[in-house]
Design a protein around this ligand. Structure first.
Ligand code: SF4
Length: 113
């Protein structure tokens, strides 16, 4: 679903049908310590970029609202974990690398000659 920031995010939910005004972030809702989400946070969230770069079905994300001093620097903090390799994923856009090992070897042009 398209967020208020214009990005695509599977965690965003909105319902403006028949006068309803419901917006939610399922990522923050799923974390009991996620904090208080507001729609403007989508503009500073890394999740749409992560989902665009990496669609690994084994990786799960956890998010929380990062409070800034006097409201400055507020944003979404995201951590990732791989259910397959059972480890934290330090770069969610890339993944942990475990699934890359299953891919057939790709030869570079210099290796082919
Ligand atoms: S805050 Fe991030 S994860 Fe939550 S709905 Fe917005 S873009 Fe998606």
């Amino acid at each position: 679903m398209r967020t208020p920031a214009g990005t695509e995010c599977s965690y965003y939910y909105a319902d403006f049908h028949r006068g309803r005004e419901k917006q939610a972030c399922r990522l923050i809702e799923n974390n009991p310590e996620g904090g208080r989400w507001e729609p403007d946070l989508c503009a500073r969230c890394p999740v749409p970029r992560i989902q665009l770069a990496n669609a690994c079905p084994h990786m799960i994300l956890e998010g929380r609202v990062k409070k800034g001093l006097l409201g400055l620097g507020r944003g979404i903090e995201v951590s990732a974990y791989c259910l397959r390799s059972m480890q934290d994923v330090s770069e969610p856009e890339i993944g942990c690398g475990q699934c890359h090992l299953d891919l057939p070897n790709i030869q570079t042009s210099s290796e082919q000659s």
